[in-house]
Design a protein around this ligand. Structure first.
Ligand SMILES: Nc1ncnc2c1ncn2[C@@H]1O[C@H](COP(=O)(O)OP(=O)(O)OP(=O)(O)O)[C@@H](O)[C@H]1O
Length: 313
């Protein structure tokens, strides 16, 4: 499906689709009916605990691993080798030749994608400049710091002007400056209409950067949407601070559950028919109210709540 939008030119809705993908390694289930999509022009954050299945899903998108069931689609068609060649991929295990010089390596990778030598040199030069690697261009990769190797790995994913980006933990181990450069490049690519999928354990960063987030647990997608959408289940949660007071005042209110209490500050969940103003009035009868308002959890809290819910059998 194509959606036209003023800023982006043509943007593909559901450009990249992972549909009902399952994968086992022997008896171990790595993915179970994994389903999600990434729209063109969207930054999609793939989050989940260690071993949740993110890398497996990305490898299946890339075709370096075959799914047992389900399919991956690119612009509505089952993804094929040709479409996969247009993916910019940053593998978790990284994949550079350690003894090759940075510029030669990137030029070689661009040429592998059919770009002529001169154009390859030009695009590599531009990315090296952009990623702060110009001074390192003649260094062998294994002489670079890990963070700089990662910048080279990003350049490797970008030099062939990919139509989609799939990046496995691109921010891991980067210094704050490199995080800024990486964020800026990913935003820019998304703004150009490219779907950008990346995994990360840095949830603050994901919340700041991503249009949508997918939370994976035990090989399945358990929540997916914008952070605002993920918050919708928490719309009836409030924080009330009655400094030093025992939470008993809230526990005795009908239709109110106390989720957390510490030092007079309580997190409450209100049933649908409970008026929040009546809760405020009740709080004021018990002492001076320091704080009262809806509790808007960040992605870290939403993630904890989602993954700590009962694990599937
Ligand atoms: N080659 C393999 N052989 C057997 N089991 C594997 C293999 N690769 C992954 N697994 C298992 O599949 C599951 C999913 O692993 P995967 O690497 O996809 O998770 P992940 O979400 O990327 O984790 P992390 O955040 O730690 O990188 C895990 O239980 C893992 O142990």
């Amino acid at each position: 499906m194509i959606l036209k939008s003023a800023g982006h030119g043509v943007v593909h809705v559901r450009a990249l689709e992972v549909d009902g993908v399952s994968k086992r390694y022997g008896d171990a289930v790595a993915l179970r009916d994994m389903t999600f999509h990434v729209n063109g022009g969207e930054l999609f954050g793939f989050v989940g605990g260690n071993g949740a299945g993110k890398t497996t899903a990305m490898r299946i998108i890339l075709g370096v691993l075959a799914a047992d069931a389900g399919e991956v689609r690119w612009r509505g068609e089952r993804i094929d080798l040709e479409a996969r060649r247009r993916v910019g991929y940053m593998p978790e295990e990284r994949g550079l030749y350690p003894k090759m010089r940075v510029r030669d390596q990137l030029t070689y990778l661009a040429e592998l994608h059919g770009i002529g030598r001169r154009a390859a040199r030009a695009t590599v030069g531009a990315w090296l400049e952009r990623l702060g690697l110009s001074a390192r261009r003649n260094d062998e990769v294994d002489r670079l710091s890990l963070g700089n190797q990662q910048r080279v790995q990003l350049a490797a994913a970008l030099v062939h002007a990919p139509e989609v980006l799939v990046l496995d933990e691109p921010f891991a181990g980067l210094d704050p400056m490199a995080v800024d450069v990486m964020s800026e490049v990913l935003r820019e690519k998304a703004a150009a209409g490219i779907p950008v999928l990346f995994s990360s354990h840095q949830l603050d960063l994901v919340e700041r950067l991503c249009d949508r987030v997918g939370i994976v647990r035990a090989g399945a997608m358990i929540a997916c949407g914008s952070v605002e959408e993920l918050r919708s289940d928490t719309a009836r949660r409030f924080v009330v601070d009655l400094s030093g007071r025992d939470p008993a005042w809230a526990e005795e209110l009908a239709g109110v559950s106390v989720l957390e209490a510490a030092g007079g500050r309580v997190h409450l969940e209100l049933a649908d028919d409970v008026d929040d103003q009546e809760v405020l009035a009740a709080a004021m009868r018990h002492g001076p109210v320091q704080e009262f308002g809806p509790n808007r959890p960040g992605l870290t809290e939403l993630f904890r709540t989602a993954v700590s819910a009962e694990t599937p059998a």
